[in-house]
Design a protein around this ligand. Structure first.
Ligand code: SF4
Length: 422
C-alpha cells in the first residue's frame, strides 16, 4: 500500500505528519511515487485563509489520486467536520489521536473520529524525527493551549495544555542525538505553558535543558514562544546550556497596549521590550523574530503607527505579518470596528516595508561575524541565529561548519567556511 501526504499550517502539523508517516512505514506503507492508495491531508484552521487552502488541498489531492482512500485530519477537520465530510473524506480525524488514525488507515475502515478536544488530558507522544532530509529534527513536547486569545481558534481545536514528561523529552532528544541530527527544534502549540499539567510542575527551561543535556552534540532551537515565559532565570538557564540557538521567535501580535489588551494577550509593550533586552543580554547578537497581526478589530491608524514604531524599537531580524482573519466563535469575531480586507492588506504591506529594513539591518550587522551554519544543501544552510547563509565553496550537507560572513545579497548572508571539511 502506498500513501501521499499534504500538510498545511504550523510546525506542529508538520511534526505530526512526519510522526504519522513513521507509524505508517512501520505498518508497511510506502510513500507513493505515482498514484497513491491512501491520501492524507493534515489541515489547518488558524485563519480563514488556512481553512480555504485546506479545502482546496483536499480537492486537489482527490483529483490527483482519484481511487485513493481519503484521510483528513488536523485543526480544520476538528473545527468543520461536516465541511470535510462533504468534500469526500473516508476517514476523518481531528487534531488528536494520531496512533488511532494510523490504526484506522491500516485497517482501511471508513472511520469518523472527531473527539472533544477539551476531554483530552494526557499528552500523546509521537515518534520524533526529521521534517526534511536529515539535517533538522522536531521534538514536540506539548500540545493544547489555555490562553484563549480573543482572535484564536486553537484552544477550541487542540484542547487544554498537555505536556510530555521530562524523562520522555530527554529520551527522545537522546534518540535524535544518536541518529546524528545536528539540530533539534523544540515545538508545541504553546510551549511556554510546558509542564503546568505535570506532577512537580517542571517548566519550559527544564524541558529545554533536559533535551540539551541528552543531545549535547546537537543544537537546540526553540519554536514560537509566549514572551511571558522569558524571565532572567529562564535566559540564564538556557544560556548556561551552551547548545541553545541564539534565535527566539516571540509571539508579539501587536505593538499597541490597547490592542494587546483586547486580544487578551498577557503582556504589554513595556514587558515585551524588557523580554527583548533580557534575551539580548543573555545571548548577545541573537536574532529576535516575531508574529504580528495587522488590522485587529478596532485597531486605529494611531494604534497601527505605534505598532510600526514598536517593531523598530525591538529591532527584530524578521517578523511574520499577516492580516487579522475572522474566526467564527471567537470573541474578536464579534468585536466592533472590523476592518476591510483592503485595509488589513494595506497594513500588512506597510509592515512589510519596516520589516524589510529591519531584516537588512540585522543581516548587515552579521558581516564580520562567524556563524555555525547547518548545511541543508552543499552550498546553503542556516546559521545558529537562523539567518540563511550561502558559501562560495562546498560543505557537507547535514554538517555544521563555521562560516565567516563577508556580505549580504538578496537577504542571504554570504561567506566562506573557515574550517573546511577534510
Ligand atoms: S497563545 Fe493565544 S494565539 Fe497562541 S495558540 Fe494559544 S490562544 Fe492561540
Amino acid at each position: 500500500m502506498t500513501y501521499a501526504v499534504y500538510t498545511l499550517g504550523c510546525k506542529v502539523n508538520q511534526y505530526e505528519t512526519q510522526a504519522l508517516e513513521t507509524m505508517l512505514r512501520e505498518r508497511g506503507f510506502l510513500p507513493a511515487e505515482r498514484e497513491a492508495d491512501v491520501i492524507i491531508v493534515n489541515t489547518c484552521a488558524v485563519t480563514a485563509e488556512s481553512g480555504r487552502k485546506s479545502r482546496q488541498a483536499i480537492r486537489r489531492m482527490r483529483a490527483l489520486h482519484p481511487g485513493a482512500l481519503t484521510v483528513v485530519c488536523g485543526c480544520y477537520s476538528q473545527l468543520e467536520p461536516e465541511d470535510v465530510s462533504a468534500l469526500g473524506a473516508d476517514i476523518l480525524f481531528g487534531s488528536g489521536d494520531k496512533h488511532a488514525l494510523a490504526d484506522a488507515i491500516e485497517m482501511a475502515l471508513p472511520a469518523r473520529s472527531v473527539d472533544d478536544p477539551f476531554r483530552r488530558r494526557v499528552f500523546e507522544p509521537l515518534p520524533s524525527g526529521a521534517v526534511s532530509g536529515r539535517t533538522r529534527a522536531m521534538l514536540k513536547i506539548q500540545d493544547g493551549c489555555d490562553n484563549f486569545c480573543t482572535y484564536c481558534v486553537i484552544p477550541y481545536t487542540r484542547g487544554r495544555v498537555r505536556s510530555m514528561p521530562l524523562e520522555e523529552v530527554a529520551a527522545q532528544a537522546a534518540a535524535l542525538g544518536e541518529r546524528r541530527f545536528a539540530e533539534i527544534v523544540i515545538t508545541g502549540i504553546e510551549i511556554a505553558s510546558y509542564g503546568k499539567d505535570l506532577p512537580g510542575k517542571p517548566d519550559l527551561a527544564d524541558a529545554v535543558l533536559a533535551a540539551a543535556q541528552a543531545a549535547p552534540k546537537a543544537r537546540i532551537r526553540l519554536g514560537s514562544l509566549e514572551p511571558t515565559v522569558v524571565t532572567d532565570s529562564f535566559c540564564a538557564r538556557l544560556a548556561g546550556a551552551g547548545n541553545v540557538c541564539p534565535h527566539f521567535h516571540l509571539s508579539l501580535q501587536s505593538g499597541c497596549d490597547d490592542t494587546l489588551r483586547r486580544m487578551n494577550r498577557k503582556y504589554d509593550t513595556a514587558a515585551f521590550l524588557a523580554v527583548c533586552g533580557r534575551l539580548r543580554a543573555a545571548f548577545p547578537g541573537c536574532a529576535l523574530t516575531a508574529d504580528l497581526i495587522c488590522g485587529f478589530p478596532g485597531e486605529s491608524e494611531e494604534d497601527f503607527t505605534a505598532t510600526l514604531a514598536f517593531l523598530e524599537k525591538c529591532g527584530f531580524y524578521s517578523v511574520h505579518a499577516f492580516p487579522y482573519s475572522v474566526r467564527p466563535g471567537t470573541k474578536a469575531a464579534d468585536m466592533p470596528g472590523q476592518l476591510s480586507r483592503a485595509e488589513k492588506e494595506e497594513r500588512v504591506r506597510r509592515a512589510g516595508e519596516v520589516i524589510g529594513r529591519l531584516r537588512q539591518a540585522y543581516l548587515e550587522g552579521c558581516v564580520g561575524r562567524t556563524l555555525a551554519v547547518l548545511f541543508e544543501t552543499d552550498r546553503t544552510g542556516h546559521g545558529e541565529n537562523y539567518c540563511p547563509v550561502r558559501i562560495r565553496g562546498k560543505a557537507m550537507r547535514g554538517q555544521v561548519e563555521n562560516v565567516l560572513i563577508a556580505g549580504v545579497e538578496d537577504q542571504t548572508l554570504l561567506g566562506d567556511v573557515t574550517n573546511p571539511p577534510e
